[in-house]
Design a protein around this ligand. Sequence first.
Ligand SMILES: Nc1ncnc2c1ncn2[C@@H]1O[C@H](COP(=O)(O)OP(=O)(O)OP(=O)(O)O)[C@@H](O)[C@H]1O
Ligand SMILES: [Mg+2]
Length: 389
Amino acid sequence: MASGTQSKAKKKAKPKARKDVLLDIEFNDTSEISVPPRLIDQVIGQENATEIVKKAALQRRHVLLIGEPGTGKSMLGQAMAELLPKEELVDVLCIANPKYPNQPRVATLPAGHGARKVEMDAEIARKSGNKRFIISIAILLAIIGYALIATAGNPASQPQTLLMAMFVGFFIFFMLNQSRSKSEMLVPKLLVDNSKKDTAPFNDATGSHAGALLGDVRHDPFQSGGLGTPPHERVESGLIHKSHLGVLYSDEIGTLEMRTQQKLLTAMQEGKLQITGQSELSSGAMVRSDPVPCKFVLIAAGNIETTRNMHPALRSRIQGSGYEVYMTDTMKDTPENRRKLARFCAQEIVKDRRIPHFTHEAVEEIVYEAQRRADKKDHLTLRLRELGG
Ligand SMILES: Nc1ncnc2c1ncn2[C@@H]1O[C@H](COP(=O)(O)OP(=O)(O)OP(=O)(O)O)[C@@H](O)[C@H]1O
Ligand SMILES: [Mg+2]
């Protein structure tokens, strides 16, 4: 019994010994560690990349982050979006062009005004639609009523005449209601909506195909005959447009088709790009919008191999007017960096919302694991996603 208690005490004493070695701050659990509000201040290690992202945000320059998975590349992209001003954000509308329907117009309004404009125009269209419905019902009833009165004296021919009247009446009713009113066709489409943004936009384009990235025009099987959806409504903005005045993030950018990378480069140079159908056989390919603004900051990421496959012109554009940064996968094993790892634990728990806070002992376990996983002596790993998982 006594020896049992003794061995338990020994087991408990072991982490205590490690505590002195591993972590020099006192806390019961990680809820006592304060987490900085800004994402950029939550980034651990990566001092060089953090400084460059701060600088690039001020200058609105592109950045290529080269490094191993889970070292914080996406996190830095998001942090950049938080640093960009959100005051100048705009909504973008696509407007019908009655003269040349296949060349829809584009207009920008201050953020929040786009949705309101669309709502107002839709309301006008709804009212005119209701009016049309009521008029067509009145016409239908009038024709049937007239047929009833006209045949009142001749009951034998009544069913036949009534049937004719109903046929004509319903035909008119259908014709009036099936095609959309002019005002309905003119309701603009909201291409980019920034009404609910707390920060500048951040869009992850990793793995997106050309249409999602550069915008597209949907195919319309009923394009002729006035039954279809008007061209301006079929225009879809791409992530480059949604990232206007914000951040477009792309991991493994070298895996994008060369043609798409070329277009991306054009968009970066011009700060605007027309939207057209990406699939050449669809009716969408006939439609070409006015240029749509896309002044985004590109944060491209990848490891050394994938960045080698990047379009040379795209890469040299970033090298020439932006920054290329190598992420580090370890940091020195110092008391300060261990404390940062404790803060990392607190951050991850706050972000996750489900896992309970870590005890001092559990954080030490993480520090120990970070030492073990670093491939350099006296270093801590910065492949923090792996460590968090
Ligand atoms: N340097 C860091 N500081 C703080 N947290 C980090 C850091 N690196 C990674 N993390 C944590 O790990 C998560 C995953 O990292 P992130 O997605 O930014 O890595 P990545 O470099 O983009 O990886 P991948 O190449 O696989 O996309 C982050 O959301 C963050 O919670
Ligand atoms: Mg990532």
